[in-house]
Design a protein around this ligand. Structure first.
Ligand SMILES: [Zn+2]
Ligand SMILES: [Zn+2]
Ligand SMILES: [Zn+2]
Ligand SMILES: [Zn+2]
Ligand SMILES: [Zn+2]
Length: 208
């Protein structure tokens, strides 16, 4: 096991940056669910039986098993949600995304991010990938997607905005600005834009 030597240097102030969806975990839509007015859709999550939508549901995130595998309750992280939202044009349209191409895109960042050497889980994943049999590839690929494209599974996420692998402690994707931000930036609800300086007031309106 690696020691958590970094924890001493981490500030408490970064923890409030992303809203957590679990508290609510359902939407109250009566139909559709294909837009951001649906809270499930907005948070990259599929609908479930306690949502209001039932058979009218067209939430594309119901089909996340295409990326994450069957029987996972993973939700798409904010950056992946935005990317899917931008790239998918119809419901059930995940199939139009080439998973292997996505895998290659992510793995291109392995070298310069150092992740496959610095992190046990990714090192392990990589070792297995190198000798993997053809019929096991998909499941292993889905494991990688879980690690980097789902919420809260590892300390890292893949940023489509920057084409890089980031640590959750250092970067986050703002759902309103729709961009990856550094931990030093925070979203000012009054200006509805992100502003620089974790402990500074908003650079535009002065709000804390
Ligand atoms: Zn909904
Ligand atoms: Zn829902
Ligand atoms: Zn729904
Ligand atoms: Zn992003
Ligand atoms: Zn923002």
């Amino acid at each position: 096991m690696q020691s958590d030597e970094n924890s001493d240097f981490m500030d408490e102030q970064v923890t409030q940056k992303s809203q957590n969806y679990e508290e609510e975990d359902k939407c109250h839509c009566t139909k559709g669910c294909s837009t951001h007015s649906c809270s499930c859709f907005k948070f990259g999550s599929g609908c479930n039986s306690s949502c209001g939508c039932s058979t009218s549901c067209q939430n594309m995130f119901n089909h996340l098993d295409y990326f994450f595998g069957e029987n996972t309750k993973c939700t798409a992280n904010p950056c992946f949600s935005k990317w899917l939202d931008k790239n998918i044009t119809s419901t059930n349209g995940f199939e139009m995304i080439d998973r292997d191409k996505l895998r290659r895109r992510i793995m291109k960042c392995f070298k310069y991010s150092g992740i496959s050497e610095d992190d046990e889980d990714f090192e392990e994943w990589m070792k297995e990938w190198k000798t993997i049999k053809e019929d096991k590839k998909l499941v292993h690929m889905q494991q990688l997607f879980q690690m980097l494209l789902a919420n809260d599974t590892t300390e890292y996420y893949y940023s489509f905005c920057e084409n890089n692998i980031y640590e959750n402690d250092c970067h986050w994707h703002c759902r309103t600005c729709q961009k990856c931000m550094s931990w030093r930036e925070w979203h000012c609800t009054q200006c509805n834009k992100c502003t620089y300086g974790a402990s500074l007031p908003c650079e535009r309106c002065g709000k804390y």
